[in-house]
Design a protein around this ligand. Structure first.
Ligand code: C5J
Length: 230
């Protein structure tokens, strides 16, 4: 077992039964010139989570950990896009419409795909999700259980929306979640702060919070030759 210093207390995990889950690090949310920016958001607040996540991803791969990526988006025919979601916000340019990086949040479009820095490697499942939570209307739970995964190390965007929803869903399904604070991001600094606080409140009501530095320190204890898969 490895131990990560975390709040509200240390998080113990076995890299063989823990997965790194990277939520919605998509161009349209994270890069300048995408949907997120078109909505008036400062994307640099999300982009700053990418370098630490890249370091965590590299270390997780080196330790042989299971890695899963998610993307929020819809079928090109929008048959899985609830009208309520489409209508919300009265946006001039919303989901399914042509946007700066292709049709917004539509699978197969440039903006829908994962940022270059965190490109999934062959064999790492990509879970396409129509909702905010990564368990809703997806096969994520089956993928994790098939692999014997019990604990999730969570990175991604946005903290108070898809990260929170996924962590809450995971918690209800019996997974332990460790959220790495510098590897998650919000367009709203106050939501980032309170979103992180909420996870670890009340003895860890939804999970644990740490950061990339402390996680990498723990993972460095895995002997280089050892792979969680071997
Ligand atoms: C949002 C997400 N914020 N991935 N999506 O709409 O958090």
């Amino acid at each position: 077992m490895l131990i990560v210093q975390a709040e509200p207390y240390a998080f113990e995990f076995d890299p063989a039964t823990a997965a790194l889950v990277i939520i919605d690090m998509q161009r349209d949310f994270v890069y300048k010139g995408g949907f997120g920016e078109a909505l008036g958001n400062d994307t640099s607040l999300l982009l700053k989570a990418v370098p630490p996540t890249e370091r965590v991803l590299g270390a997780a791969r080196a330790a042989g950990m299971f890695v899963v990526h998610t993307r929020e988006g819809h079928r090109p025919d929008l048959a899985d896009l609830p009208q309520a979601k489409k209508r919300r916000g009265h946006l001039k340019v919303g989901i399914g419409d042509p946007g700066p990086m292709g049709r917004i949040l539509v699978r197969g479009e440039h903006g829908h795909d994962i940022v270059d820095e965190l490109k999934p490697a062959p064999g790492e499942p990509i879970v396409d999700k129509p909702g905010k939570g990564a368990f809703y209307a997806t096969d994520l739970d089956t993928i994790l259980r098939t692999r014997g995964i019990r604990q999730l190390i969570v990175c991604g965007v946005t903290t108070e929306v898809c990260v929170h929803t996924t962590v809450r869903e995971a918690n209800d399904r019996g997974y332990d979640c460790l959220v790495l604070e510098d590897c998650v991001g919000s367009y709203f600094p106050e939501f980032q702060a309170v979103g992180i606080k909420m996870i670890k409140a009340q003895g860890g009501i939804f999970g644990w919070v740490s950061d990339s530095t402390r996680f990498l320190e723990a993972l460095a204890k895995v002997p280089p030759a050892r792979s969680a898969r071997s």
